[in-house]
Design a protein around this ligand. Structure first.
Ligand SMILES: *[C@@H]1O[C@H](CO)[C@@H](O)[C@H](O)[C@H]1NC(C)=O
Ligand SMILES: *[C@@H]1O[C@H](CO)[C@@H](O)[C@H](O)[C@H]1NC(C)=O
Ligand SMILES: *[C@@H]1O[C@H](CO)[C@@H](O)[C@H](O)[C@H]1NC(C)=O
Ligand SMILES: *[C@@H]1O[C@H](CO)[C@@H](O)[C@H](O)[C@H]1NC(C)=O
Ligand SMILES: *[C@@H]1O[C@H](CO)[C@@H](O)[C@H](O)[C@H]1NC(C)=O
Ligand SMILES: *[C@@H]1O[C@H](CO)[C@@H](O)[C@H](O)[C@H]1NC(C)=O
Ligand SMILES: *[C@@H]1O[C@H](CO)[C@@H](O)[C@H](O)[C@H]1NC(C)=O
Ligand SMILES: *[C@@H]1O[C@H](CO)[C@@H](O)[C@H](O)[C@H]1NC(C)=O
Length: 428
């Protein structure tokens, strides 16, 4: 196993296993007037000895800086950042940050019957400063206020962690699980890992994090009871996706994926650097400071493989190959234990629908309750919007049950349908 390279964020931190990680207390609630980018915000560092805390432990908590509750609107009464202990893709101690939104109710009234939605935003970038805990202040996530309006607590984890480990899906999944643990364990919320109705929702990059969370939860967090998950635009595999992305409008995903893949190991990162043509390596590495949409614009239709001296040789290198094998495919780390709503555009150009068909078939074979809807309308970006209403309906069923007389297609067994919903174009 390669050594763990904790990049600049952790530089200077005492990594000896002293055990002085203190539990979160009110005095840690250093309210900041305006958000600072995570790479410059000292709050985004782990306390000394955090490795000794158990996964999901709260290391720090603060009211989310800035005017986040105002941005989310009247359905939100409070927002917190929690910095918690988790585990990286080499199964070593790590930390991550989540943002928790409280619906418009007195916090003292929250109890074990208050539902929890974990909402995984597909921020898909190698830039730490594009993490949701920071970018949420700019608004643009209407699903959050609507979920809050239903009385749900909403958890929005920065599941790529402090090294922006896009495509290290083990890290991502474990960070989702541990963010849920941290929220459920925060005493003032009076929630319960056994009884709180808990659902997960993720589209695209968010579906990877969500699916890995569902696969690891039974062994990694057996004390936790999850109740359902909506998985949209499922990225079953980065491997099958890659050849299709090069030279396309989605090419910009690739530099971010390779940077994220090598973010937790100095030897892997060194090998990436030595695999690039020196004359334009800096153009490739610029993705480190680009958000998802900046990546797509900057590298649009570029031949990303041409930055590599030999991309095939890079991917076949033993350490890189091991990383991709462990992190780039769903379906190998465990079996989700919850009912699933899976939705996918038949014309998804990012990862083809037949990969999702095959994954759903396997889940059905082992007896999962799956409702799978293949949409005849739209592509990958359009389905993000076309799937919202149906996801909400499913999540409402998971978190609140059915209203009298309501017939739902999710209740049990495996059902697959071709559907026709929404519009061909995405609003973005
Ligand atoms: C939040 O703060 C920013 C910058 O200070 C401001 O531009 C924005 O209008 C504020 N939003 C709300 C909803 O108050
Ligand atoms: C418990 O939580 C539910 C749902 O969030 C809320 O409606 C109810 O008022 C709470 N009960 C108490 C006793 O505060
Ligand atoms: C609050 O939530 C309700 C119900 O989910 C939704 O209809 C409404 O648009 C939300 N309001 C705001 C300001 O987001
Ligand atoms: C990204 O930005 C940081 C400072 O904001 C800078 O130190 C770093 O060199 C930049 N990375 C690249 C690859 O340009
Ligand atoms: C991209 O570049 C590689 C290496 O130079 C080349 O083999 C490949 O054919 C190119 N692909 C496209 C789509 O231009
Ligand atoms: C990067 O440089 C190599 C070697 O000069 C060249 O073949 C390749 O086309 C360049 N790629 C891009 C995207 O500029
Ligand atoms: C690239 O690497 C692969 C795998 O090592 C090798 O088979 C292939 O010949 C290399 N291509 C070139 C152009 O050197
Ligand atoms: C969905 O449509 C495809 C053809 O596009 C067909 O092969 C498949 O049987 C249909 N599935 C269902 C469940 O109707």
């Amino acid at each position: 196993m390669p050594s763990i390279f904790l990049f600049s964020l952790l530089a200077g931190l005492c990594l000896s296993p002293t055990s002085n990680a203190s539990p979160a207390t009110a005095r840690d609630n250093d309210h900041l007037p305006q958000p600072i980018v995570p790479s410059k915000d000292p709050w985004y560092t782990a306390p000394h000895g955090y490795e000794e805390a158990s996964p999901g432990s709260i290391l720090r908590i603060r009211p989310a800086p800035g005017n986040l509750t105002a941005v989310i609107g009247s359905n939100c009464s409070a927002a917190y950042n929690i910095l918690y202990r988790t585990t990286n893709s080499y199964l070593q101690p790590a930390f991550a940050v989540t943002t928790v939104f409280i619906p418009n109710m007195n916090i003292a009234k929250i109890n074990y019957t208050t539902p929890l939605l974990s909402y995984q935003i597909p921020y898909s970038t190698a830039d730490l400063d594009a993490s949701p805990s920071y970018t949420l202040s700019a608004g643009g996530y209407p699903d959050i206020p609507v979920a809050l309006g239903q009385g749900w607590i909403v958890n929005v984890p920065d599941f790529e962690g402090p090294l922006a480990s896009l495509s290290l899906s083990i890290t991502e999944g474990l960070a989702v699980v541990d963010s849920i643990r941290s929220v459920l364990s925060y005493q003032p919320f009076h929630l319960s890992p056994k009884t709180t109705r808990t659902a997960l929702w993720g589209y695209s990059g968010g579906s990877i994090a969500t699916t890995f969370a569902l696969e690891f939860q039974p062994t990694y967090a057996p004390e936790l009871t999850l109740h359902g998950a909506a998985l949209g635009g499922l990225l079953t595999s980065f491997i099958s996706a890659n050849p299709a992305l090069d030279g396309t409008g989605f090419a910009g995903n690739l530099p971010a994926i390779y940077l994220g893949l090598t973010s937790q190991s100095s030897s892997a990162r060194q090998f990436l650097l030595s695999s690039l043509h020196p004359n334009n390596a800096s153009e490739f590495l610029a993705a480190e400071n680009m958000s998802y949409y900046q990546d797509l614009t900057y590298y649009q239709n570029q031949n990303i493989s041409s930055y590599f001296i030999n991309l095939t040789a890079f991917l076949l290198h033993p350490e890189i190959h091991q990383l991709t094998k462990n992190n780039w495919e769903i379906g190998w780390h465990g079996i989700p234990q919850v009912p699933l709503f899976v939705y996918k555009a038949i014309h998804d150009e990012l990862v083809y629908v037949q990969y999702t068909d095959a994954m759903v078939d396997r889940w059905c074979e082992v007896g999962l309750d799956v409702r799978y809807e293949r949409n005849t309308v739209g592509g990958h970006l359009a389905e993000y919007y076309n799937g919202v209403d149906r996801s909400r309906q499913f999540l409402t069923w998971v978190l609140q049950g059915t209203t009298e007389g309501e017939v739902v297609p999710y209740a049990s067994g495996c059902s697959i349908a071709n559907v026709t919903y929404g519009s061909d174009t995405s609003p973005i």
